[in-house]
Design a protein around this ligand. Structure first.
Ligand code: DAH
Length: 345
């Protein structure tokens, strides 16, 4: 009997190997486990077995039934997986870059244009991580502990237990999403010797409520030049050059006194041009800038008596909105093909 039961299990396996659709699965299931199936037949043999045989035989038949049930339920999930796979269509390789007919994203275009202009005057592009530590984002930039920008309400903090392998902590401090690309100034100065000139375009984050001109996720372009005998006049000349290249020869720039902990003196920079639609001939704020603070130089190990330099930071969205006549920042992030295709070149 035992031998027959083994055979029945094997038979179930063999039959199910041939099955590839629900209809034949149901048929096979009925023929083994249904009310007129092979197992039911075994239970009727059990009824006529002797009193001594019954318990052993009963147990064997039950085990056999359980094994057959497992075989059927495994087959059922195989069929379900197959059905799901078929409904997903042909296999895709997510590592292959998307072939898009929308062209380059306007923010990427803007970054390329900026890099191209700065490349003409010897700047290279340096990139940094979007997950940052407090040290790189604030301490190293001379932003005091009491500064409101360090408030958890202003910045996006990660849970204490997060560890990011490729962003080592300087002093076991918290991880945040970087709120400014100025972090890349520090990272570059720590790894490279002066003189240097870099720009660093990239994504930044703040706890902003999204509206037509604000987004919790936006882009900045940082600039840093370190050399000997650098003055405000060099900073002004470079920003003048940049905006003339970007907007046209008639573009003017102006500085207004301001404060940033990592530059001294610090300025807000505005530009004005006659050819920018509704905003023509109006001063438009582009970003902050200033001379690198001696404390920042000391923190990264540059001698402030030898080295001098300037830094600046612009919002990329603001420039892109202006250059491309976009009046709502949210359009940049919605990936609506109708919007994106307008910029295709
Ligand atoms: N990081 C500043 C911000 O997000 C902008 C900025 C100001 C960058 C002055 C600079 C600078 O490099 O010198 O508001």
């Amino acid at each position: 009997m035992n031998c027959d039961l083994e055979l029945l299990v094997e038979q179930a396996k063999l039959r199910l190997e041939q099955v590839s659709d629900y209809a034949s699965f149901k048929e096979e299931k009925a023929s083994f486990l249904g009310s007129n199936g092979k197992l039911r037949a075994l239970f009727s043999i059990l009824a006529s077995a002797s009193k001594d045989e019954k318990p052993v035989l009963g147990q064997q038949i039950n085990e056999c039934k359980a094994r057959i049930e497992v075989i059927f339920s495994e087959k059922l999930s195989q069929l379900e997986d197959l059905e799901l796979l078929n409904s997903l269509g042909s296999r895709i390789d997510p590592s292959i870059p998307v072939v898009s007919n929308c062209g380059m994203h306007p923010l990427s275009m803007m970054q390329e244009i900026m890099a191209e202009i700065f490349r003409k005057i010897g700047f290279t592009v340096a990139l940094g991580p979007e997950i940052e530590t407090i040290w790189y984002c604030y301490d190293a930039l001379n932003v005091p502990e009491s500064h409101p920008a360090r408030d958890t309400i202003d910045t996006l903090y990660f849970n204490d237990d997060l560890r990011v392998k490729n962003v080592p902590q300087k002093q076991g401090e918290d991880y945040i999403l970087r709120s400014q690309t100025s972090t890349v100034q520090v990272r570059t100065m720590l790894t490279e010797k002066p003189p240097l000139r870099i720009i660093s375009p990239g994504r930044t984050f703040r706890r902003d409520t999204t509206d037509a001109t604000h987004s919790a996720n936006f882009h900045q372009c940082e600039g840093l030049l370190v050399d000997r005998n650098i003055g405000v006049v060099d900073l002004k000349a470079v920003l003048d050059f940049f905006f003339k290249e970007l907007v046209g020869e008639k573009c003017e720039t102006r500085f207004r006194p301001s404060f940033f902990p990592f530059t001294e003196p610090s300025f807000e920079m505005d530009f004005r041009a006659p050819n920018i639609g509704k905003l023509s001939n109006r001063w438009i704020e582009a970003g902050g800038c200033g001379m690198v603070h001696p404390k920042v130089f000391s923190i990264v190990g540059y001698d402030p008596d030898v080295w001098s330099g300037y830094a600046f930071g612009f919002g990329i969205e603001r420039l892109a909105m202006l250059m491309y006549g976009v009046d709502d920042i949210r359009l940049f992030y919605q990936n609506d093909a109708r919007f994106l295709k307008q910029f295709a070149v």
